[in-house]
Design a protein around this ligand. Structure first.
Ligand code: FE2
Ligand code: FE2
Length: 502
């Protein structure tokens, strides 16, 4: 059915019934209901899509997944009167509400965007009378169509032939990206930073799984993502760096590689590396620990001190990394990564591991990744370090070990790039307030006075954004100054809302 054939003003009896909100969902706020029900719809759409490509329509798993999908659409229609799924600026919207993506939902989310785009579909609209069989034949048709210029036309023809009436597909329209004002630009950087961060985390999970299944690493997507990251790093990296400060993702193993990649690129940018070099550095950093895939997880995720033999085995992740990277077809693109994988635990004074053979030089990329790797590991509570340190203490450690573990120039550049209180640090102010550092002060003399988002003491939610260089009227005293950094856990702050797009 096309838009022209539908009569929105004359709903069917079924529509009227479906549009009546159910009592149990009435009290849920509109937006929070759609976010929850929308995530469920995306998930069931994904499951139905996967099962239908594996089994026939009469298979029990297929039937179950299809009816869950149909029920998810009807639940939204019952509450909201309509249900549509749309792609806009690389995000999925249910009706007009953007459904947040996080590392757990990234798989289904990105899959749907990719499959819809391949077939030129921007949106779907689901009608109240949608039936399980109809969705089944639609999905079969949808996945039979290959990526092509006229894929959308073919899809429409075949939907018409199959008499699919309760589901409409809308064509993809390329839109010009317009940045009308600074606020919009800031919002776009926030969304883009989130998208790239979670896409890269998702990609790393896929890559590590592929290695476990004995497949060769594909570097094309990783290369594209690190290239996109350079644009953000060179424009406004604060959201990306803020995301690296959130250490409680379920998939921290993958997030660690992405954090090290971002922190290395930030350092590289301050060292004035060219854009292409920055992207190469990011790619190498992303793969620094790839060899850990061959170390038993009981060792990698051990929460106790490792035995000597386990520690010896752990050290081998540097060699395993090189071996794994050597299997990549595009070897010339991965040479930097091979050096970084092998050398990232060798210290500036040549202690560390593996032992340095005569004539070995530490490469610039390695020296950068070593600092970023230490910092991210120290400030997280994963693996053998049970208690994380606050970011300011981690930076102090880096300066203390400058010339020993770390190259002095790189250590200094890193500390300056991060500021005294890095983005994401929870701080206590001299006013008794607490806040989260969200942006560094660009002037180096105000390095200890970043922008801080106050935490509302009553609700514990995001309060006003304050600049610590503000002075009280007619006074020389600053309105607010930082007293100290707090441990995230002690502060009881959920940092997600400060850096993750809602
Ligand atoms: Fe490592
Ligand atoms: Fe690491």
């Amino acid at each position: 059915m096309t838009d022209g054939e539908r009569k929105p003003d004359a709903p069917s009896t079924a529509t009227q019934q479906a549009a009546r909100p159910q009592d149990d969902e009435k009290q849920l706020g509109g937006e929070s209901f759609i976010k929850e029900a929308g995530s469920a719809l995306i998930h069931s759409f994904f499951t139905a899509s996967k099962t239908i490509q594996l089994y026939e329509l009469n298979n029990e798993a297929v039937k179950r997944s299809l009816s869950e999908f149909v029920e998810a659409t009807k639940r939204i229609i019952r509450n909201e009167g309509k249900a549509s799924l749309r792609i806009s600026a690389e995000f999925l919207y249910i009706n007009d509400v953007r459904i947040p993506m996080d590392s757990q939902t990234a798989g289904p989310y990105l899959y749907l965007i990719e499959e819809m785009k391949k077939r030129g579909v921007e949106a779907f609209e689901f009608h109240p009378d949608l039936e399980v069989e109809e969705v089944g034949s639609f999905l079969k048709t949808f996945f039979e169509i290959d990526e092509a210029e006229d894929a959308f036309e073919e899809l429409q023809d075949r939907m018409r032939q199959s008499s699919i009436r309760n589901l409409d597909a809308m064509p993809w329209i390329e839109r010009e990206r317009r940045l009308t004002d600074a606020k919009q630009e800031r919002k776009d950087i926030r969304s883009e930073s989130n998208m790239i961060f979670f896409r890269t985390v998702h990609l790393m999970r896929g890559i590590l799984q592929a290695i476990e299944e004995k497949h060769v690493i594909q570097v094309k997507k990783a290369k594209r993502l690190t290239q996109q990251m350079t644009d953000i790093i060179q424009t406004d990296e604060s959201i990306l760096v803020g995301l690296t400060s959130i250490k409680d993702f379920d998939e921290y193993t993958y997030a660690h590689s992405v954090n090290v990649c971002i922190l290395s690129m930030l350092t590289g940018d301050r060292l004035k590396l060219y854009k292409q070099e920055l992207a190469r550095l990011g790619l190498a950093a992303l793969f620094h620990d790839i060899g850990k895939v061959h170390i038993p997880s009981s060792i990698v995720y051990s929460t106790t001190t490792l035995s000597e033999s386990d520690w010896e085995l752990m050290k081998y992740h540097t060699f395993f990394g090189v071996v794994e990277l050597a299997r990549v077809k595009a070897l010339n693109e991965i040479v930097d990564a091979m050096f970084v994988a092998l050398q990232h635990h060798v210290h500036y004074d040549m202690n560390g591991y593996p032992q340095k053979p005569e004539g070995w030089e530490l490469r610039l990329f390695t020296k950068i990744v070593t600092v970023a790797d230490y910092y991210d590991a120290m400030t997280s509570s994963r693996s053998y370090r049970k208690v994380p340190v606050t970011p300011d203490k981690a930076l102090r450690f880096i300066m203390e070990k400058s010339g020993k573990i770390f190259d002095p120039v790189i250590a200094k550049t890193f500390v300056q790039a991060m500021g005294i209180y890095p983005i994401g640090t929870v701080v206590e102010l001299d006013t008794g307030e607490r806040g989260v550092v969200v942006k560094q002060n660009p002037q180096s003399r105000y390095i200890h006075r970043p922008s801080v988002q106050i935490i509302d003491p009553g609700t514990e939610e995001k309060g006003p954004l304050v600049n610590l260089t503000e002075r009280a009227d007619g006074e020389c005293r600053y309105r607010r100054s930082i007293l100290r950094a707090l441990y995230d856990l002690d502060a009881g702050v959920d940092k997600h809302s400060y850096f993750i797009t809602e």
